[in-house]
Design a protein around this ligand. Structure first.
Ligand code: ZN
Length: 317
């Protein structure tokens, strides 16, 4: 029996710092930005790419020379950002624009602080607004702003790539914030967990039991309405031993992440198997759910029963 419940909603925030080597080309590009200069890369066909490429799109070779471009440029295309998001270059409405810097043959994507959409146009001449404290990153260009002045490339000499600097590192913070709305089936599953019950759904066509449910049978495409309460016991079908540490990790490696097939279910779901040495976990091992303090399943732990026969779970591998 299913009971009507309002779908659950929750804000989800995924955030991590992505650390990478800049490599020889972008290291010079970023180092130049700290000196309020912009470098492009000359390709095998003579065209200048800005920002510089790491590998020539024509010859696949690294650039031979980096050449100064801009700093002024021309807007080639743009779109208006009426409500800037957190982390974007400007807090006030601005334009994302493709800007062809003087001396370059390709465009750079950046923000233009034009004040209003009415002030934006293709062909608009723009100039960098440099960050007050350059740090050797792309944000050393705070944004571009409209300027007067004709197009024309600088005549500074090219920079020899053989005099390259040691590649630097950069940390790019990645953040994704969104509102997740659970489907009716998932809502029932989550509400069930709060009551220490595991609820799945059975397809009325093929009879398969899915947990957690997505609301429709992936094989038949029909909406499932029959709710099934599953036991806390199940079988490890496959597993992996996690040996790699990462910031924020709550369980000390090595530990096991396993696909657990609950008794009566037709699809396994992934969870932790704790309560024994990671080396003891095996295919067919019988496990049961251990409830966490907040209501959800904390992990699975061995029951001590004899292992399940391979044939009992082989169809769910
Ligand atoms: Zn089905």
């Amino acid at each position: 029996m299913s009971r009507p419940t309002a779908p659950l909603q929750a804000p989800l925030e995924i955030e991590f710092d992505y650390t990478r080597s800049l490599g020889p080309v972008l290291s010079q590009f970023m180092a130049a930005l700290a000196e309020r200069r912009i470098l492009g890369a000359r390709g095998a066909d003579g065209r200048v790419h800005a920002p510089p490429f790491e590998y020539d799109p024509v010859s696949a070779e690294p650039p031979v020379a980096l050449v100064p471009v801009g700093p002024d440029g021309t807007v080639v295309s743009w779109s208006w950002m009426p409500e800037p998001l957190a982390g974007q270059p400007l807090a006030e409405p601005f334009a994302w624009a493709l800007i062809r810097l003087d001396g370059a043959d390709t465009e750079m994507l950046h923000a233009v602080d034009a004040g209003s959409a009415a002030a934006m146009r293709t062909g608009l001449r723009v100039r960098p607004r440099w960050a007050a404290r350059p740090a050797g990153g792309i944000r050393d260009i705070a944004c571009f702003e409209p300027c007067d002045g004709p197009a024309g490339g600088p005549a500074a000499p090219a920079q020899d790539m053989r005099a390259e600097r040691t590649p630097g590192m950069t940390i790019a913070p990645v953040r994704l914030h969104y509102l997740h709305t659970a489907s009716p089936g998932e809502t029932a599953y989550l509400r069930g967990l709060a009551e220490h019950r595991i609820l799945g759904q059975r397809c009325g066509v093929c009879g398969q039991v899915y947990v957690p449910t997505r609301g429709t049978c992936p094989a038949d495409g029909v909406t499932m309405t029959e709710q099934v309460e599953l036991p806390e016991s199940g079988t490890v079908t496959t597993f992996c031993v996690v040996n790699v540490g990462y910031p924020g990790q709550r369980v000390t490696p090595p530990y096991v992440a396993a696909a657990v097939l609950l008794d009566g279910a037709d699809i396994a779901f992934q969870h932790l198997v704790l309560g024994c040495d990671a080396s003891e976990v095996r295919m067919g091992m019988r496990v049961r759910a251990v409830w966490g303090e907040s209501g959800g399943i904390s992990h699975f732990t061995p029951t001590g029963e004899p292992d399940a026969e391979y044939e009992a779970y082989a169809r769910c591998l």
